[in-house]
Design a protein around this ligand. Structure first.
Ligand code: BGC
Length: 759
């Protein structure tokens, strides 16, 4: 009882010192700073360490269970006020129960912040993030994050571990499905959109949640695409490719950052002062807090950077990791380290100040139960409006690779259609691997989506399994036997069909964390199935379901129509069917290059020219491969439509500019077809000579625009010093004079160009 009275006094004290709480996301709020300080003054060292301690809820586990993580101990620590946050507790009732323990039983009653991986939705799922990135539609991406917030905030969650803003050039890495692909500019714009979608304009609103840009930094550059592997990259790549999306997220007001499992150039990033103190909190002035990745503080011992937990706690806290995710290291070691004078109390205070700041901004001190309204939970989860938004996002994410002989859109009547492939009838795989809260079998399958179109005779045959093995979120069992019992039936049905639609690709659990692959072809016997069907019927529409770029070189050569449909979430089947039948005209463009084979990896559009870029006189001594073309199969920015677009009249308002001038560029884009469509007009630059060599192309602007059949639109861009410069090897942004090229077009390779000089 005494404790309850104390908590209430604390709250009254705050109300007294500031009558109105204004918890806007971005600007520092004086009244919040005052409140944070007054709470901090009341805290013991143990309570401060407690705020830096995050425990996992007692059921969902996303990593190995660290020693000593028992439920009893966690309950005891909650009562003592030794826990600042919980992850993966969900449900209005459940979160209320856990929140009640700290608010009513701990000495100071400081509410918990409740985190969860709301990566592309909570229950109602949007496409996987890589697919969303293919839409290049920032408004749609923002709306998709809003849906995720609306559902998550209704089940007690007030903090998502998203967006993942790791740039990656390596499709072997399973987590490319969680990011926005290979480009820092597109990645930055999407990072901003997602942060704004999750956090809204007002973090204290009940339907917004704090975002977390992760994984800081360079996790996407794991050597050989192997999960959790070492990262060794140069300063130019770090500053120009890896860091920009994090900076964009910080500038957009992201309230938290997660560090990562990898080391960077010999230092595990969880213990990197350079990244966390110098860059993030120093140069970028980030005033939110940093959470470790799952037990990544402990993992510094395995890396050989800390000899024991005590050393790991010292290194991580001093380096600026503010909260320990389920590692039990801070709670066990940090108080003693402070008492021994090894870690200054000011380190704790800085971390706690950051954590409390975000809790105040969320409005948790005003009402710790604000996200725990069961009536709202009922109304929000699976709300029909959410289904509408994720369907819209799913359609926008689809990329058309090939459409020979206008095989697509499909005719609506009188056709015999064979639908083949296990994924066509899969209601789980399209949900992807990051969907802890959604239920199995809840996606609309492609079969169901196509059944909604009644004019044709549709026959479904599985043909073969997708992959050789059984997988779940946590377990992976590999067996070398695929079910081929309906292989021959598939061939029979295909032989008699007018059109064959084959849905092939990866199972939902073949990408994501821990799912690195060395083979980028269609898994299992799917390639065999595709070739066997092709022998009896060449009219094939291949619909790909996958979470990473695949090497589908054979299919590209032989199959007349190819549709990249990723893992599109809850509304997958409806989105695919509407595109196949032409009720939706696809406009997606690739956010990541597709290689011809795995040996080309890493392959990306913004590569360096090298000293020997071209083959003069048929010599062998130039930068290429002897056994395969050096270009990707499908480049970054590529994607077709049922419309055709023609680019002309690329203009620039001068040929010579001073640093600081605005440079205006325009281009005409004509829809030469008879169908209305949308096009992503892309602008790239090349800085021809740099003190640090510059990539052959760099995306610096894009516009998604609707163009009616026959219509010509003029699209304008403005370049300025924010877009023309780069980071030097000291991490300073500079703009250099000299000659530049501008390229504008509908992909990174098919472009018009003009030149200018910067003086
Ligand atoms: C992942 C993070 C995730 C965390 C909590 C880790 O294994 O790397 O991205 O947020 O688990 O689930």
């Amino acid at each position: 009882m005494k404790k309850i009275i104390f908590s209430s006094i604390l709250i009254l004290l705050f109300i007294g010192c500031n009558n109105k709480t204004n918890t806007k996301v971005s600007s520092k709020n004086e009244s919040i700073e005052y409140k944070v300080d007054s709470v901090l003054k009341l805290m013991t060292i143990e309570e401060k360490v407690g705020q830096m301690n995050q425990y996992n809820g007692f059921w969902d586990v996303t990593g190995p269970i660290p020693e000593g993580g028992s439920a009893e101990k966690k309950y005891e620590h909650l009562r003592k006020g030794w826990v600042g946050s919980m992850l993966s507790v969900r449900g209005a009732k459940e979160v209320r129960a856990v929140q009640k323990i700290v608010v009513e039983e701990s000495r100071l009653g400081i509410p918990l912040i409740i985190g969860f991986d709301v990566i592309h939705g909570y229950k109602t799922l949007s496409p996987i993030p890589l697919a969303e990135a293919a839409s290049w539609d920032l408004e749609a991406i923002k709306n998709s994050a809003k849906v995720a917030s609306a559902e998550a905030s209704a089940v007690g969650i007030n903090w998502t571990f998203g967006p993942m803003v790791d740039v990656s050039r390596d499709p072997r890495w399973g987590r490319v499905m969680e990011g926005s692909g290979e480009d820092p500019f597109l990645g930055s714009r999407i990072a901003e959109a997602r942060v704004r979608g999750f956090q809204g304009d007002d973090l204290s609103a009940t339907n917004t949640i704090a975002a977390c840009a992760k994984h800081f930094a360079a996790y996407g550059f794991a050597e050989a695409g192997k999960e959790y592997n070492t990262v060794d990259i140069g300063t130019s790549t770090l500053h120009n490719v890896v860091l920009p999306p994090f900076k964009a997220a910080v500038d957009a007001g992201v309230r938290t950052i997660m560090n990562s499992f990898n080391e960077l150039n010999g230092v595990p990033v969880t213990g990197s002062s350079f990244l966390q103190r110098d860059i993030l909190k120093g140069k970028w002035n980030f005033d939110g807090f940093v959470i470790s990745d799952w037990a990544s503080i402990n993992e510094m011992m395995n890396w050989g950077h800390a000899k024991d937990k005590r050393e790991a706690a010292r290194i991580a806290s001093i380096a600026g990791s503010d909260m320990d995710m389920e590692g039990n290291v801070y709670i066990e070691e940090l108080a003693q380290l402070v008492k021994d004078g090894v870690v200054k109390e000011s380190i704790l205070e800085d971390a706690v100040r950051r954590i409390l700041r975000v809790k105040f901004e969320l409005g948790l001190f005003d009402n710790p139960y604000k996200y725990c309204d069961e009536a709202r939970e009922k109304e929000m989860i699976g709300n029909p409006k959410h289904h509408k938004t994720v369907l819209d996002m799913a359609k926008k994410s689809i990329v058309l690779f090939k459409n020979e002989n206008q095989l697509l859109p499909l005719k609506r009547k009188g056709q015999k259609i064979a639908l083949i492939g296990a994924l066509a009838n899969d209601k789980t795989s399209p949900l992807g691997s990051w969907r802890i809260a959604s239920d199995d079998e809840t996606a609309v399958s492609v079969l169901e989506g196509m059944q909604a179109y009644k004019g044709n005779k549709l026959t479904y045959v599985k043909g073969a399994d997708v992959f050789i093995g059984k997988q779940s979120f946590l377990k992976e069992v590999i067996v070398n036997k695929a079910d081929k019992s309906t292989f021959n039936k598939a061939i029979r049905v295909a032989r008699n069909a007018d059109v064959v639609v084959m849905v092939l690709g990866e199972h939902g659990f073949q990408t994501g964390e821990g799912r690195s692959r060395t083979n980028l072809q269609l898994p299992g016997v799917q390639q065999e199935l595709l070739e066997a069907v092709y022998k009896v019927n060449k009219n094939i529409v291949l619909v790909l379901n996958n979470g990473r770029p695949l090497a589908i070189t054979w299919a590209d050569k032989h199959i007349p129509a190819i549709v990249e449909a990723w893992q599109l979430g809850t509304q997958t089947g409806n989105a695919v069917a509407q595109v196949l039948y032409g009720d939706y005209n696809p406009s997606g463009k690739l956010p990541m290059s597709f290689p011809r084979n795995v040996g080309q990896v890493p392959i990306y559009y913004n590569y360096k020219n090298t000293g020997r870029p071209i083959d003069k006189d048929g010599n062998v001594f130039w930068s290429h491969y002897s056994d395969v073309d050096k270009t990707p199969l499908y480049p970054f920015g590529f994607g077709l439509s049922y419309s055709n677009f023609e680019y002309s009249d690329l203009k620039i308002d001068g040929t010579s500019f001073k640093i600081g001038d605005d440079i205006n560029v325009s281009v005409n884009v004509k829809n030469t077809s008879s169908v209305d469509g949308k096009e992503v007009v892309q602008l790239y630059i090349r800085d021809l000579v740099g003190s640090i060599t510059r990539p052959v192309r760099e995306l610096k602007g894009f516009e998604l625009t609707k163009i009616k059949a026959g219509e010509t639109k003029t699209i304008s861009f403005t370049l300025n010093k924010e877009t023309l410069g780069f980071y030097n090897n000291n991490g300073n942004y500079i703009v250099e004079t000299g000659d530049f090229k501008i390229f504008v077009g509908g992909s990174s390779t098919k472009t018009l160009e003009v030149n200018f000089e910067l003086k």
